[in-house]
Write a protein that binds this ligand. Structure first.
Ligand code: NAD
Length: 298
């Protein structure tokens, strides 16, 4: 029997991820607040459900790909939510990036009804969601991870078990700290080059193969140099992740001074109206302070 998968949240990430499940031959029932997104998936071969409860009534596995903890709580535990429709023995795979504590709270509520859950956030952004080469970091019971590995692998290049429920989102917070600080370092360096009169494009080409080279540098420097800040990953979503990282760090007694500094830069950009731009627009903060613009040939 073909496994039927429910997919809730068809945004920048959820749309290509759900299309990859269709390509792998899974049957899909989908839901999103935006009718256009649902229509696009129906055209690709999915069926539509009116709400999360109806998705869960028809599926053995329910995947959520939503912005943050409150959205996942609403879709899973709220009125007409997954918990009202799912059968005992079903599993929720939450692939959103949310607070680890929220993952644990949702897990506890689902467990009361015999519903399993994995927290399985992803890294790689829209290009890797389209290619089906995302990195997935997964928390939950190991046996449940093993059972649903193939479903996650249909959307990913790597799927790694990181521990009990919430461990996937702790791993994702670590990822987001590293990405944010890398973009800040890159922006600082490219503004330095520009102010010092050296073409930042040539600086990027010269250093990308050395120790300073990175996946972040190769993904984000070309965007800054070509002044293309179309998301990608929006600044407002990165603010959400850094807020979750700082909250979590306060709870466990870790110290994140660099994360706190980059968080303030992103808040400044949000106040300037750039919240919906790609996080590579962090360069705008340094440009504003230095009164310079980083671009190819400058
Ligand atoms: P998005 O805002 O593009 O998509 C979210 C979708 O959820 C929207 O289509 C919205 O209509 C829908 N939605 C919200 N609440 C809903 C509800 N209650 N019921 C049904 N639909 C609802 O966001 P995205 O960029 O696809 O990101 C989704 C998650 O993945 C976030 O947690 C984000 O941090 C994470 N993520 C994003 C990227 C990226 O590059 N965009 C990369 C890795 C991880």
């Amino acid at each position: 029997m073909i496994m039927k998968i429910g997919f809730i949240g068809l945004g920048i990430m959820g749309k290509p991820m759900s299309k990859n499940l269709l390509k792998e031959g899974y049957e899909l029932v989908v839901n999103d607040n935006k009718a256009e997104a649902v229509a696009e998936l129906v055209a690709a071969g999915a069926t539509a459900a009116a709400n999360a409860k109806e998705v869960a009534q028809q599926a053995d596995v329910i995947i959520t790909m939503l912005p943050n903890s409150p959205h996942v709580k609403a879709a899973v535990l709220g009125e007409n939510g997954v918990i009202e429709g799912a059968k005992a023995g079903a599993v929720v795979i939450d692939m959103s990036s949310i607070a680890p504590l929220a993952s644990r709270e949702i897990y506890e509520e689902l467990a009361k009804k015999g519903i399993e859950m994995l927290d399985a956030p992803v890294s790689g952004g829209e290009p890797k969601a389209i290619d089906g080469t995302l990195s997935v970091m997964v928390g939950g019971k190991k046996a449940v991870f093993d059972q649903y590995f193939d479903v996650m692998k249909a959307m990913a290049g790597s799927v790694v078990y990181t521990g009990g429920i919430g461990a996937g989102n702790v791993t994702k917070l670590a990822n987001q700290v590293i990405v944010a600080l890398n973009i800040a370092a890159m922006s600082e360096a490219l503004v330095l080059a520009t102010k010092a009169g050296v073409d930042p494009e040539l600086v990027y080409q010269a250093i990308r193969g050395g120790l300073a080279g990175s996946t972040v540098l190769d993904a984000k420097a070309p965007m800054v140099l070509s002044r293309n800040f179309k998301p990608g990953f929006r600044i407002e979503l990165h603010i959400k992740d850094l807020a979750n990282a700082l909250d979590t760090s306060h709870g466990v007694g870790a110290h994140l001074p660099l994360t706190a500094a980059v968080m303030e830069m992103m808040q400044n950009l949000k106040a300037d109206g750039f919240a919906a731009e790609d996080h590579s627009a962090l360069a705008r903060y340094y440009e504003k302070v230095a009164n310079a613009e980083v671009k190819s040939g400058s």
